[in-house]
Write a protein that binds this ligand. Structure first.
Ligand code: SF4
Ligand code: SF4
Length: 181
């Protein structure tokens, strides 16, 4: 097996990283001064992490949802889907999209399922948040709400609101900026 990019997916996991290295591109990594959305300097195409034994703890401890969830088929493997799914603060689901394929999450293979999950989470006050660089969307049952600046996923919440005289929702970002839903 090829050396994995982040984790030596053991028997406790539903899947193995195999040839996927997408988290080595999409996440920022302070220890290596690696920016979000840029390949790590230690990521080697076809071979994995060149410092695997000494990789930062953040790399050792990250497990995307595809790794852990056996109900997600091979089409959801991050390097195939072009996005990473992870559970974040508040029980929200983040869809971290490869900026090179910003519309990947809207593909027919994924979007209907994401919409369904968003509707289920919405009932529990949680949300599916699409992150594309520093911008993104909150997927609501009724519509997808663009978020121009997405600095802190944990700071996002949805509040009921009356907009133009109709019941609607307002997306609150970082306690200071509000986007009309
Ligand atoms: S995104 Fe998931 S499957 Fe891909 S390398 Fe990272 S942990 Fe493994
Ligand atoms: S150090 Fe290795 S595991 Fe961590 S992001 Fe870089 S290539 Fe990936």
């Amino acid at each position: 097996m090829e050396q994995t990019s982040s984790n030596p997916s053991g028997p406790a996991f539903a899947h193995q990283c195999g040839d996927c290295m997408l988290c080595c591109k999409l996440f920022e990594l302070d220890e290596l001064a690696k920016p979000r959305g840029k390949w790590c300097q230690h990521a080697t195409a076809g071979k994995g992490c060149s410092i695997h034994a000494d990789r930062p703890s953040a790399c050792r401890t990250f497990f995307c949802n595809w790794i852990m969830d056996g109900s997600l088929g091979p089409e959801w493997k991050p390097n195939k889907a072009k996005f990473i799914i992870q559970t974040v603060a508040g029980g929200n689901i983040q869809i971290l999209v490869d900026p090179a394929n910003p519309s990947a999450w809207r593909a027919e293979a994924y979007y209907p399922t994401l919409k369904l999950v968003a509707a289920q989470l919405f009932e529990r006050g949680r949300h599916v948040i699409v992150s594309i660089g520093t911008k993104g969307y909150v997927i609501l049952p009724q519509k997808d709400v663009p978020i121009p600046q997405l600095p802190t996923l944990g700071a996002i919440r949805i509040e009921p609101a009356i907009i133009d005289g109709k019941p609607d929702f307002r997306v609150i970002v970082d306690d200071s900026a509000a986007q009309q839903a």
